[in-house]
Design a protein around this ligand. Sequence first.
Ligand code: COA
Length: 354
Amino acid sequence: METQHPMTYGRITGWGGYVPPNVVTNRDLPEWLDTSDEWIVQRTGIRERRIAGPEETTATMCLAAARRALAQADLDPQELDLILVATSTPDYHTPPVSSLVQSRLGASRAAAFTLVNGCTGWVYGLCTAYQFIHTGIYRKVLVVGAELLSRFVDWQDRSMCVLFGDAAGAVVVEATPEPCGLQGFVLGSDGDLSDLIIMPGCGSAHPCSPEVLARRDQYVRMNGREVFKFATRIIGPICHQAAARAGLELDAIDWIIPHQANLRIIQAAARQMGLPLERFVVNIDRYANTSAATIPLAFAEALDRGQAHPTQRFLFVTFGAGITWGAAVVQPWPTSGAASQEAVAQADGRVPTG
Ligand code: COA
């Protein structure tokens, strides 16, 4: 297979995560759900999640993560060329949440758009950002993944509401002549499976009406068992494909950062790929599934606590509504030269994201 070589490279100069302070453990869940800590931990690996406070929205969480990423990149928002926000739980259907983020950051030079692609949104967004960087069109791009799912799941449906949490994650990508950044990727979609994860009501197909609300169709529904089967089938092959496009074997990848939907899916992927679970960054126990935010949040945490270094190779792999999927091999910083030494020194002295 041919490897993918960009014209201009993109260094990830800043990263940041945000989670709301309100922790809801499995034991704190409402009694009417008829669930248990044991069931949730055994079936999913989730122990607790963060739930946004009444004053928080998707845009405020985006801003918190974006400000951390920009501060670390030492970048004035005015310097941004593009802001890309991946979310399926925006503040409003319109205006796009990306425009709210642009305004509140004061990033007046930046183009802005929102990418609605379920849990795969941030990986799709990162690959999109790199296309603008690789062609030389834009030089400084902010890519945010944020989700406030606690307001879009049905709190009377125990098979759904226990699985999700609220969070945001962001990175800044800047053009550089030094080889680094996105080294190979795979994106895909099978719309024949679109019914597996669906919010049936309050769109143009079934506009909001008392009947739609009575059926509780304004909330997300999922065929969990089928999504589980699909995910375990797709992750291994797309990881191999993305690595091959980067001209690499999976052995050359330092860290796999998988979408955090279910610990059993991650364990199955590790088995299939013949890689130890220690090479996977896992935080589902603390945050549950935060959809488009899981990967940028886990990435920021892994770097912030010094578990991973920005000169290492990461493989982001995800699946979600659509059904869509994506895998991307990324080396945030170049491996040689002063820049990489600076990166390692910075990573060593980093404070945790929280
Ligand atoms: N607490 C207790 N019991 C629950 C429960 C809960 N929170 N949710 C469901 N159950 C029950 C079901 O009612 C069912 O009971 P029944 O056998 O009497 O009908 C039983 O547990 C088994 O349900 P099932 O859906 O078969 O469980 P599962 O082992 O497939 O696990 C998921 C369910 C959702 C955890 C799992 O399918 C999953 O993680 N799927 C993938 C989801 C995913 O990746 N989503 C993200 C897409 S981006």
